[in-house]
Design a binder for this molecule. Structure first.
Ligand SMILES: Nc1ncnc2c1ncn2[C@@H]1O[C@H](COP(=O)(O)OP(=O)(O)OP(=O)(O)O)[C@@H](O)[C@H]1O
Length: 516
């Protein structure tokens, strides 16, 4: 963690505006070489690092500005590097080197560097210039993260290892991260690795995989005797090497491996709600979603149609809609926010909630060092009195989400927030007209799904669901198939930890504009 005034102050206030910085920034140009200078923007915008630029004046007019919004338009030879992209800077005996992630193609960044001689009289000033640059480049994000990297050798159709070496490792290395790489050897291996992990030795567990490995990592940390501490200490992140990569899309806004690596380097620790699922005598943690009905069936029940690519989802959906399939069940829910209007208001309030990390978690009483006790009991306990019965004899889709995007472009849960202590629950009747069902399907990608009258949307913190009148079927927890039998869910506010760009929001369109 940076030890400067920046780390101590409100991260959303530009440190340039603080009194102690003002003197410094007036002299915020570092002469390098004979005829040019490096200087930072005094553009006083909000402190999330993406907004700032380190312009490097250079002789080479052939080197074009890297971004369109050049904050120094008057200087045609200026090369502007976003602060967010600065990986490291250091002063050696004679020169100063700045390494950064350079955009080399749409959605691809590669490590590049600029290097200049520093004259002897400038050295002491250059030293503080480098320190200041790193403060601005990292903000409240931890530097030199210690990362346990897990690679699913089958991820990305067998390309995960290659993508790691080409796209990810050089960025971590340039950012001076400590890296320890391990390949997963069998299903469930990531659970074991996380369970045995020395949590004092790592800050992050990064999975080069789809969403399956992060699910295993949360559950491995959850098996530790000091699970609550482990889940709050070690951040779980994804380097997208699967097909859906929901975790990376929600937290980094990208499915690109190299850009996700940069986001991990610059990521801000963010508490994440986790949900305990009890089924039979098992308790597992879910970080992404639970579904029963058309989404689960289309996801898990069309494996034999993989040859169709993503068209299998459209095909599977249309077949079930045309048949007006219903999935009868008994459903009881702990409803926290019942209406779309109130949900919108809740979301609007959260946009400006910059509470500290530890204030975004349920308090840890220290008495149960393992997973938190279940306040609603398990699926085998008597039904909690705070649960309300919801008629569900004709449900077509039961879908509970903890993140907004379930895949790129599939913003099912636009009102989700990482640590508001709620799951978002969607229920849609299976007996609605075919036209209404297709309207739902199209609205997920085009936007407007949340507002459709046939979509019931609630914020909840627990539920019990028991399928009935069905011989078999599909239940999906974070995209993994579990037995087709009743289960109970309970949300734990901020139990897990991830890295995100903002520290409190997902990178998806919400239910009110984020600027408003
Ligand atoms: N070496 C291995 N052999 C077999 N299975 C493995 C191995 N390593 C990991 N797995 C399993 O692969 C599964 C899929 O993991 P991953 O996170 O890559 O994907 P996914 O979410 O299923 O992927 P996709 O997004 O492509 O559908 C997990 O259940 C994991 O346990």
């Amino acid at each position: 963690m940076a030890t400067t005034s920046l780390a101590d102050s409100d991260p959303f206030v530009d440190p340039v505006n603080t009194a102690s910085d003002r003197v410094y920034t007036e002299a915020w140009t570092l002469p390098v070489g004979k005829t040019f200078a490096m200087r930072t923007s005094q553009d006083e915008r909000r402190a999330i690092a993406v907004a700032f630029y380190l312009p490097v004046r250079c002789f080479d007019a052939k080197s074009p500005p890297q971004i369109e919004a050049d904050p120094f338009p008057e200087a045609k030879t200026t090369q502007a590097i976003p602060f967010f992209n600065i990986l490291w800077a250091e002063l050696s005996d004679f020169d100063i080197t700045v390494q950064y992630a350079k955009l080399t193609a749409k959605n691809v960044v590669r490590v590049a560097s600029v290097n200049y001689l520093v004259e002897k009289p400038q050295r002491s000033y250059a030293r503080s210039w480098v320190a200041k640059l790193l403060d601005r480049a990292y903000g409240e994000s931890q530097r030199k993260k210690r990362i346990k990297v897990l690679i699913n050798p089958f991820g990305g159709s067998g390309s995960a290892q290659k993508w790691y070496l080409r796209d990810i490792e050089p960025i971590f290395a340039a950012a001076r991260c400590e890296i320890d790489v391990e390949r997963t050897l069998y299903q469930g291996h990531a659970v074991e690795i996380a369970e045995k992990l020395d949590i004092e030795a790592y800050d992050v567990i990064a999975s080069c995989s789809g969403d399956g490995l992060p699910h295993e990592v949360f559950n491995g940390l959850g098996k530790k005797p000091d699970a609550t501490k482990a889940l709050s200490k070690v951040a779980v992140v994804q380097l997208p090497c699967g097909t859906g990569n929901a975790m990376s899309w929600n937290l980094n806004g990208t499915g690109s491996t190299s850009m996700a690596a940069l986001c991990v380097v610059k990521g801000i620790r963010t508490p994440l709600d986790l949900t305990s699922i009890t089924q039979g005598d098992r308790r597992t943690l879910s970080f992404l979603s639970q579904s029963l009905g058309i989404v689960a069936e289309v996801d898990l029940g069309t494996e034999h149609l993989r040859w169709m690519g993503s068209a299998r989802f459209t095909y599977g959906f249309l077949v079930r809609v045309l048949r007006k399939t219903v999935y009868p069940c008994d459903l009881w829910v702990k409803i926290d926010i019942p209406t779309k209007g109130a949900i919108r208001e809740h979301y609007r309030n959260e946009l400006t909630n910059h509470a500290l990390v530890e204030e975004r978690r349920d308090s840890d009483d220290g008495e149960s060092p393992g997973l938190p006790e279940l306040q609603y009991g398990s699926i085998t306990s008597s039904l909690p009195s705070t649960f309300t019965s919801i008629p569900s004899s004709k449900v077509g889709n039961f879908y509970a989400g903890n993140m907004a995007l379930m895949a790129p472009g599939a913003n099912f849960f636009p009102a989700t927030l990482p640590s508001d202590g709620h799951l978002d629950l969607i229920t849609v009747g299976g007996d609605i007209s075919r036209h209404s069902a297709i309207q739902c399907f199209l609205a997920v990608e085009k936007g407007g799904f949340f507002d459709l009258p046939q979509v019931n949307y609630r914020k909840i913190s627990g539920y019990r669901i028991i399928p009935r009148e069905q011989k078999g079927g599909y239940i999906s927890i974070d995209g993994e198939r579990v037995p087709f039998e009743g289960f109970q869910a309970e949300v734990h506010r901020g139990l897990g930890t991830v890295l995100s760009k903002t520290g409190h929001l997902y990178e998806a369109d919400g239910v009110v504009p984020k600027s408003g």
